[in-house]
Design a protein around this ligand. Structure first.
Ligand code: WTA
Length: 649
């Protein structure tokens, strides 16, 4: 079913509060009709026969059943006739002295097709998983689309992860091919990605092909037969590559996110539902026109980069910026300079980045006009009110709405967000559920809290097209994590408040996951890393508030040998975590303690450690289940000892 106009110039469905109300009502009263209308704008090889079948009990959710399509035809091919020369990506390299690259939709199309042929030539087939471990260079987006072109599943691993984390993800996804680069530039640092990958691959014997992108030009050692350069491979193939016909429910990608066990979860997204949802949410939340320049600063290694740097903007055929560097190098003006240089209209970033830049003062900002900006967004963690006001005043010049978008790797796209035409916003509130999204707030017993002025656990009652399919190779974990705490509902793991006006405010995680600088980390994953240390018997990780990162990590560890060099142990622990998980997981504070607060069943009561980190000395709630309630006082004493010696030193 091809649409004659291929409707790539679609405007927005929500242009007023009335539109929002109407769309919302329609999406709930007849979701099948609602999403069918949204989906007709795409190119389908074959229309779906049934829109939706679902159950949250034995969770099984299927969208666009029987439909056939390829997402790259919707991201690329259908724009070519009218908009082939339009810029898809403006690539800004890390170093400001290096040339900016503009890639048109036509060029992107050719590059994707050629890369797809390289993959085929190297034995990749439909359904194979390809692991991608690349810095923020165009080849990262191109590699993802090349996979999608031939029906391979991409599994992107954030290039800031260590070799241990990369190996775990390669093994779990059963990837037989890795796409990486010689190195990466990141601010003043140069990171030898190939060396990290080689380290990881020592533990991944079934991965037998590495495609290397040349970025830094640093020397690398090549393993014969296994490692090939992309450039050499590209010269062997053509740039014509018909798109593979995919079933609507085929897997588009796996993306790993932390879980409450040490093992990350491979979140699986299917082609059609993900496509329709990211497109709908991108268009209606950001309201980006073809004349606009859009910039999402997220790394493509996270879901925000997948949905709102690669797929969403390309489905809409707009121009977006792909930035390799960091906001504070060569100076903390870099972003503001780029906004003026490219006349960015829509800017989407994280609260941590905002708080970091806030510390540099406003003088740097005043050198730039920032007049092109019309919309600002944030994602990834709760934004505190003072950061919101700072962003609104200094970057948005009090004229730009701030879209505080709440969503998750699992939801595929934005679920709760302020809406530009509604014009109503409250600092730190995500505000309105988008059409198709039915939030419910439940208490710890799972009872729905009706009405307003309530706080509880954020769940969803109905499926939405972008929701995850499953956890890769682990249906049981999928069911347990999202559908078992509150039967019949999808549980997000977040706390949430609905205020007197019915607006939503996210209060943060309620489980063992911690958001550090917007990155979701599991306590168990970090504890497992620390427990590898020969002197450590046991450890407990908790998050505590941090002015820039949102949360920082504190590690409480029990050492079996009474070593006198506690600082050396702490350093060893920090480097162990960096090596095993990545620098983002490094504990800010490490305390060597004699015991941990444990229940009779052996569970560590992290909430007590959290309270200790908040400075609480007396009120720890119900501690009757602790084996040794006195352990709390001992920890407090040990901590005050550490603090007094640190202050005294
Ligand atoms: C948190 C990121 C408050 C939340 C897209 C969620 C937020 C987790 C917001 C998912 C927001 C995301 N306000 N908290 N606007 N957006 N979160 O999978 O705890 O990396 O569950 O996806 O980030 O993180 P993930």
């Amino acid at each position: 079913m091809q649409h004659p106009e291929s409707n790539t110039n679609r405007q927005f469905d929500i242009n007023s509060y009335e539109d929002y109300k109407r769309e919302y009502t329609n999406s709930i009263s007849d979701p099948e009709k609602f999403w069918a209308e949204k989906a007709t704008a795409f190119q389908w090889r074959k229309k779906w026969t049934k829109m939706l079948e679902w159950s949250f009990k034995e969770p099984d959710i299927r969208w666009f059943i029987g439909g056939k399509l390829n997402i790259t035809e919707n991201c690329l091919d259908r724009h070519l006739e009218k908009y082939g020369n339009k810029t898809a990506f403006i690539w800004e390299p890390n170093n400001p002295d290096e040339k900016t690259v503009h890639i048109s939709y036509r060029e992107l199309f050719s590059k994707v097709c050629r890369f797809a042929n390289v993959l085929k030539n190297n034995g990749v087939k439909k359904g194979d998983t390809v692991c991608i471990y690349l810095p923020m260079i165009p080849e990262l987006a191109i590699a993802m689309l090349a996979c999608a072109r031939i029906g391979a599943i991409h599994s992107v691993v954030y290039a800031g992860f260590s070799s241990g984390a990369l190996a775990t993800r390669i093994l779990d996804a059963e990837a037989r091919i890795l796409i990486t680069s010689d190195g990466a530039f990141r601010g003043k640092n140069q990171i030898s990605l190939k060396n990290i990958a080689d380290e990881a691959l020592k533990n991944c014997p079934s991965l037998n092909k590495v495609i290397l992108v040349k970025r830094t030009g640093e020397p690398v050692s090549l393993t014969e037969e296994r490692d090939v350069w992309l450039k050499d491979e590209e010269s062997k193939v053509s740039e014509v590559c018909p798109a593979e016909e995919m079933d609507a429910e085929d897997t588009l990608f796996i993306l790993y996110t932390s879980g409450s066990t040490g093992k990350p979860k491979g979140i699986v997204h299917a082609v059609a539902g993900y496509m329709v949802f990211t497109d709908y949410t991108f268009r209606n939340v950001f309201q980006c026109t073809r004349e606009d320049v859009y910039w999402c600063t997220a790394d493509i290694g996270w879901i925000t980069g997948h949905s709102y740097l690669v797929y969403g903007p390309l489905l809409s055929g707009v121009t977006s910026i792909l930035f390799e560097g960091i906001p504070t190098w060569p100076d903390a003006e870099r972003w503001w300079k780029l906004i003026d240089k490219h006349k960015v209209n829509i800017f989407y970033t994280s609260p941590t980045a905002i708080r970091t830049l806030e510390t540099y003062g406003t003088e740097l900002i005043e050198k730039y006009s920032l007049q092109s900006l019309k919309t600002l967004g944030t994602v990834g963690e709760p934004i505190n009110e003072s950061a919101w006001h700072w962003y609104h005043k200094n970057i948005g010049k009090e004229k730009c709405p701030i879209l505080d978008t709440w969503w998750q790797t699992e939801t595929g796209g934005i679920m709760i967000s302020p809406l530009i035409p509604v014009k109503e916003q409250k600092p730190a509130f995500a505000m309105f559920p988008l059409p198709g999204v039915v939030p419910v707030i439940v208490n710890d017993k799972g009872e729905e809290l009706k009405g307003n002025e309530i706080v509880g656990n954020l769940c969803f009652k109905q499926p939405w097209p972008g929701m995850l399919k499953t956890v890769y190779k682990d249906y049981a974990r999928f069911k347990k994590t999202y559908f078992s705490d509150y039967p019949g509902l999808y549980f997000s793991g977040d706390g949430c408040k609905r205020d007197k006006d019915g607006h939503y405010r996210i209060t943060g995680r309620t489980d063992d996951l911690i958001k550090v600088s917007g990155h979701l980390l599991g306590t168990a994953e970090i504890e497992n890393a620390i427990n590898q240390h020969p002197d450590i018997v046991e450890s407990a990780i908790v998050g505590y508030p941090h002015p820039i990162k949102g949360n920082a990590i504190a590690a409480f560890v029990i050492s079996q040998n009474q070593r006198n060099d506690s600082n050396a142990i702490k350093k060893e622990i920090a480097s162990l975590v960096t090596k095993t998980v990545g620098p983002i997981a490094k504990p800010e504070q490490i305390y060597i303690v004699m015991g941990l607060p444990k229940t009779r069943s052996g569970k560590i009561m992290r909430r007590i450690l959290k309270k200790i980190m908040l400075g609480e000395k007396k009120d720890f709630g119900d501690v009757s289940t602790l084996i040794d309630p006195d352990v709390i006082n001992k920890i407090i004493q040990e901590l005050s000892l550490v603090e007094s010696t640190t202050q005294g030193s």
